[in-house]
Ligand binder design. Structure first.
Ligand code: ZN
Ligand code: ZN
Length: 623
């Protein structure tokens, strides 16, 4: 178990510590702002400049447009500030004094932030977006200003002591961004950059950015003709035949494992009465993200989650303790309204399929059920090649429903299951949902990016709201325990993650086309055709390239389409009943009898083997 440092832990920030990097990056944002002020003069208005996951940004309001070409000039100015080791000078001033200073400097956005602080709606140093969601802090008597050269910023700190402490930085892109994320406010120019404690770490990061572009699932999805998006349905994916093959293989695998694990499968309607969503609580907590419609004058909603449908099936008849646990899986299509600006290929869509399941069990079965889910998650992630998996347990938040006893039992079942499996996990105290403690899974892809996919939640609210019961051995009614869980999360998003993780080089069992038979000339088209028929007979997905192109061109084409096996046939092969096998990842494997190749390929599919490393190699042997 990992736990946070206690109140008396002395924090020593070394260059490598996780806390130090955001400080370095945020400090670099100040240096960038100082450089922008030097170049563009006093009429630059400054927004905010926080550190973010992989770097930092700063928002600027100025008459000129900053183009990507201008970044080098800003970088050069920044290098000067770094070389001069300009100090970060801290000043504590009263709120009115700070407001006076910023107003005199025409810094309207800073004035607005100071007004928000004065009104108690914002703590000094709070990130601006989302600040309203927090309870109002105490009104501070003073704020801190930091001066770098002639650039003065309203900031809580901390920073590096001087700019000379910034060893390696790079500006990346410019993008438009509304002030405070509000489309009715001015559009500012946001410059993104990053900083590291060494040139080497920065170079590796830049290489990763390039690699991420190469692996972008939107580009690969287009190249391999897997899916598309259209203006007629923003955020709604169109799956093409090749994409459907991958998706269906994923689902076949998923269904097989779930059958083995004792799940049943259901499908519940996409549109259900609005009253149901009031009862489930989604109306209160989720309305903003839901779509609504009318049928025969009555109000209906498009489901954002599958739970209420599953509950109606459970309620459809009485249950005895002997039937429990009921593990009810649903590959349920849900719709959620995401803002147009955040839609991102398959990774952020408005319609997706959850690999959902609801488990109804006796309270004393809870821990075993969680253990069973953990086991399933493990098998599924491993099969797709994700070994680096982080697990987090989120416990009871301050505002929650249910009794202490319920929370202890539910949280204990999650914790007990993790411990029974000997798993390392992080505890997020107080970060559970108001109705449920939960386990979240984060998988790391071969670029080191982390994706939250699986979740296991023990629901303390729904069984009450829907008055779920079972008849116990004592012949009276009891309340069952209920678990919500998803493993892949969204099937569509998981496909997007897979495409990027594999760079489009799918394992054989998922590849839309598994082998291409390439006759060296049209004299061998007949043999190629009969070999392809034999391969198809064994269940393999095969194409024959019987164009009149040279075999080199056919190999290039198959390789670009990321077909795992290229089977070249000419004189020798036709005479001997063999294939010259070329593995896209491992290279030439030489001649192999047709039957032997079929057996080998079929086994590779059956075992859902990952492709040889060479196909997925990125920066080192990470993948
Ligand atoms: Zn700062
Ligand atoms: Zn659910």
């Amino acid at each position: 178990m990992l736990s946070g440092p206690g109140p008396h832990t002395l924090a020593i920030l070394t260059d490598k510590s996780d806390e130090a990097l955001p400080i370095l990056r945020h400090s670099t944002a100040h240096v960038m702002a100082a450089a922008v002020r030097r170049i563009y003069g006093e009429n630059v208005k400054f927004g905010i400049g926080p550190s973010i996951e992989d770097g930092f940004y700063y928002d600027f309001d100025l008459p000129q447009r900053i183009a990507d070409e201008d970044l080098a000039r800003i970088e050069a100015e920044m290098a000067g500030i770094v070389a001069a080791a300009e100090p970060f000078v801290r000043e504590e001033v009263s709120l009115p004094a700070a407001a006076h200073l910023m107003r005199a400097a025409g810094q309207d956005y800073k004035v607005e932030l100071l007004e928000a602080i004065a009104a108690g709606g914002l703590a000094p140093g709070d990130p601006v977006e989302g600040a309203q969601a927090k309870p109002a802090p105490e009104k501070p008597a003073s704020v801190t200003l930091y001066r770098t050269g002639d650039f003065v910023d309203l900031c809580r700190g901390p920073h590096v002591p001087h700019a000379g402490k910034i060893p390696a930085f790079k500006l990346l892109t410019v993008a438009g961004s509304y002030w405070r994320g509000d489309p009715t406010r001015p559009m500012l120019q946001r410059i993104y950059g990053t900083a590291f404690f060494s040139r080497k770490a920065l170079d590796e990061h830049l290489k990763r950015i390039e690699e991420a572009k190469r692996r972008d699932h939107r580009r690969i999805g287009k190249d391999l003709d897997l899916f598309s998006f259209h203006d007629e349905g923003p955020g709604f994916v169109f799956m093409h035949p090749a994409g459907m093959i991958v998706l269906n293989e994923m689902l076949d695998f998923w269904r097989g494992l779930h059958r083995e694990a004792g799940y049943v499968e259901v499908r519940t309607p996409v549109i259900l009465s609005e009253a149901l969503w009031h009862r489930s609580g989604h109306w209160d907590h989720y309305r903003e993200a839901m779509y609504f419609t009318k049928i025969d004058e009555a109000d209906y909603a498009v489901k954002p989650m599958n739970c209420p449908g599953g509950l109606l099936i459970y309620l459809n008849k009485p249950h005895s303790y002997r039937e429990l646990p009921i593990r009810m899986g649903e590959l349920g299509m849900v719709h959620r309204h995401e803002l147009a600006g955040v839609l991102h290929g398959l990774l952020r869509v408005r319609q997706f399929t959850q690999d959902d399941a609801h488990i109804f069990c006796l309270p004393e079965q809870l821990q075993d059920e969680v253990l069973g889910i953990i086991h399933l998650v493990d098998r599924i992630y491993r099969t797709f090649g994700f070994e680096d998996v982080r697990v987090e347990l989120s416990t009871r938040p301050k505002h929650s429903i249910g009794t202490d006893e319920m929370w202890e039992h539910a949280t204990g079942a999650l914790r007990g299951a993790l411990e029974a499996r000997g798993m390392t996990y992080k505890v997020n105290e107080g970060e559970g949902a108001f109705y449920a403690p939960k386990i979240d899974y984060h998988i790391r892809d071969c670029l080191g990016r982390s994706w939250q996919c699986g979740t296991i939640q023990v629901d303390l609210a729904m069984p009450e709201r829907f008055d779920l019961t079972y008849v116990g051995a004592d012949n009276t009614e009891h309340r069952p325990a209920m678990i919500h869980r998803a493993i892949l999360g969204s099937i569509e998003r998981f496909l997007g993650i897979l495409i990027e993780h594999y760079a489009g080089d799918f394992p054989l069992w998922l590849a839309p086309v598994q082998a291409a038979v390439l006759p060296v000339s049209d004299r061998f088209n007949a043999y190629a055709g009969s070999a392809a028929a034999a391969l198809r007979g064994a269940g393999l997905r095969v194409e024959v390239d019987d164009t009149s192109d040279k075999v080199g061109a056919k190999i290039r084409r198959a390789s670009l389409r990321k077909i795992p096996y290229m089977l070249i046939v000419g004189d020798k092969e036709a005479a001997a009943g063999t294939l010259s096998v070329r593995d896209k990842a491992a290279g030439d494997l030489g001649a192999e009898p047709l039957e032997a190749f079929i057996r080998r390929a079929a086994q590779e599919v059956r075992e859902r083997r990952l492709r040889p490393k060479a196909a997925q190699k990125v920066l080192s042997d990470e993948c």
